[in-house]
Design a protein around this ligand. Structure first.
Ligand SMILES: NC(=O)c1ccc[n+]([C@@H]2O[C@H](COP(=O)([O-])OP(=O)(O)OC[C@H]3O[C@@H](n4cnc5c(N)ncnc54)[C@H](O)[C@@H]3O)[C@@H](O)[C@H]2O)c1
Length: 253
């Protein structure tokens, strides 16, 4: 059972937590008692999330920077260790999407989309492994997507390829990390009502997609945050290398 204080004493890093699902996950973990390190490439949005959490009496610090930069990631980990002395939970949420068709994808855009989604997941995971090993306990939750198992609804092939790559990375790291008490899992959200979707497709198109889902609406960031919190908790101790779907029935496999 989830308890009010199940993350008490835990230190959690959430990447891309300035808005959307990252922010919802940060709120959910903080409500459970975790101390939060809020990363985002947009420093102002990271600060807003920190202020919001502190407003509710939670412990939080900002660690702005890009997940694609090894030095920014190092600084984020140093900030976590300097502020709270340990790292127990990493949520690899930062991601970007472009709707471009392959024939029009420039190399720079390919590198950007694959870089933020896939390389970012690798860099941040690598950086927390030693602190998690020291703690003898760890939870890494990676944001894949329905795109990782099928094809992206609104993104391009670079996004689909990166999200599929995250599933492979998740399985492999899960095997390596298990002896240290660290689990590594992925979530595969369907169409969730965030800026990412709102800035990519019209309300009308979003509604049309939603009508085709068995649960005929978009998901909410809080619903995804609930699943992520479960995977980050002691309740999920025997789940590793898994990918959990949360898509209103859009993809059932
Ligand atoms: N919204 C959906 O329907 C959906 C579905 C499946 C998976 N996802 C995935 O869920 C995650 C969160 O998506 P969202 O919808 O909340 O997106 P969002 O665009 O609302 O938020 C993403 C956040 O990541 C930050 N970010 C971007 N590049 C970054 C970088 N290099 N370093 C650090 N932060 C960076 C952005 O500034 C933003 O605050 C992403 O990985 C996304 O691919 C989203």
């Amino acid at each position: 059972m989830a308890s009010e204080s199940e993350f008490q004493g835990r230190v959690a890093i959430v990447t891309g937590a300035g808005q959307g699902m990252g922010r919802a996950v940060a709120r959910r973990l903080a409500r459970g008692g975790a101390s939060l390190v809020i990363n985002d490439i947009d420093g102002e949005s990271a600060d807003r999330t920190v202020s919001h959490l502190k407003g509710y009496g939670h412990e939080a610090v900002a660690a702005p920077g890009s997940v694609t930069s090894a030095s920014d990631v190092r600084a984020m980990v140093d900030k976590a260790l300097g502020s709270f002395g340990a790292i127990h939970i990493l949520i690899n949420n930062a991601g970007i999407l472009r709707p471009t068709q392959v024939i029009d994808i420039e190399e720079e855009e390919w590198d950007l989309v694959v870089g933020v989604n896939l390389k970012g997941t690798y860099l941040c995971s690598r950086a927390v492994l030693k602190p998690m090993q020291d703690a003898g306990w760890g939870r890494i939750v990676n944001f894949s997507s329905t795109a990782g198992k099928n094809i992206s609804t609104v993104g391009g092939a670079h996004y689909t390829a990166a999200k599929a790559g995250i599933l492979g990375f998740t399985r492999h790291l899960a095997k390596e990390a298990a002896p240290h008490g660290i689990t590594v899992n992925a979530v595969c959200p369907g169409l969730i009502d965030t800026e990412m979707v709102r800035t990519t497709i019209s309300d009308e198109r979003a509604r049309a997609y939603a009508e085709g889902f068995p649960i005929s609406r978009l998901g909410t960031p809080d619903e995804v945050a609930e699943l992520v919190a479960f995977l980050a908790s002691d309740r999920a101790a025997y789940i590793t290398g898994a990918s959990l779907d949360i898509n209103g029935g859009d993809l059932m496999i």
